[in-house]
Write a protein that binds this ligand. Structure first.
Ligand code: ZN
Length: 238
């Protein structure tokens, strides 16, 4: 790992987990092993028995001495970390289970940001599959295809991030009546039993309720394809 990667990891861990500041000491040792030298780094590497405050003080001073640039904005830092994790999972550099566990932590640390919410939904569904043999969000997910499904989710996440697809676009559904991607709307329906009136999701274009939602991988792939087309159109001279 490069010093940038090591540093991104440790800063993200500080945000997404219950953090033991001893890890800052290990970070200093690893950075020294990469051949970096600085006065504060040496001190930090020896702080085995001291307070978190002191370790953090030396950590940030080491970053300064070594001219290591870090992202100050927490949301952006978590985003950088999530993208790194996804890349490594897709390239098979890290274990898929490990990557998935980190993404679940990213989901809660980001306060359920829509960007990462699919990983939460998969996790919920895996629990439901184990205990009730049912799913709430991902109808194509099974215990047998979970690994493949999660890997595909990482690939989709990377594609969407690389294209910087806006969240609104990512929430689109596919209508099996008018064959278009659309932002679904709710519609009232009536029946002769309780509840007499109930709400359903329907196509924002034609009103049909024959929708495939954004948790579906085919729908996600379609969103990516349409967005690429849209970007291409924008790039062409009018
Ligand atoms: Zn429609």
């Amino acid at each position: 790992m490069t010093v940038q990667e090591l540093t991104l990891n440790i800063l993200a861990e500080r945000l997404i987990t219950v953090f033991d500041s001893k890890k800052l000491v290990s970070w200093a040792v690893e950075v020294m092993l990469l051949g970096y030298e600085s006065e504060k780094l040496y001190v930090l590497a020896g702080l085995d028995f001291t307070s978190t405050e002191e370790r953090e003080k030396y950590f940030f001073e080491s970053l300064e001495e070594l001219n290591i640039e870090v992202e100050k904005n927490e949301d952006k830092l978590i985003e950088q970390y999530a993208i790194t994790i996804a890349k490594k999972a897709v390239e098979n550099v890290i274990d898929l289970d490990y990557a998935f566990e980190k993404m679940r932590k990213v989901v809660s640390a980001s306060e359920y940001d829509q960007k990462y919410i699919s990983f939460f939904k998969i996790d919920e569904d895996l629990d439901s599959l184990r205990y009730n043999n049912s799913v709430l969000f991902n109808s194509e997910l099974t215990l047998e295809n979970a690994e493949e499904f999660i890997l595909e989710e990482f690939k989709i996440f990377l594609d969407m991030e690389n294209l910087k697809i806006p969240i609104e676009e990512r929430k689109k559904s596919y209508c099996e009546n008018c064959f278009k991607l659309n932002i679904p709307i709710t519609k009232s329906k009536y029946q002769f039993k309780k509840p007499f009136k109930y709400m359903v999701w329907s196509c924002g274009i034609c009103g049909s309720t024959k929708l495939k939602f954004d948790s579906n991988h085919e729908v996600k792939r379609l969103i990516i394809k349409e967005y690429k087309k849209h970007m291409l159109k924008m790039a062409l001279p009018q």
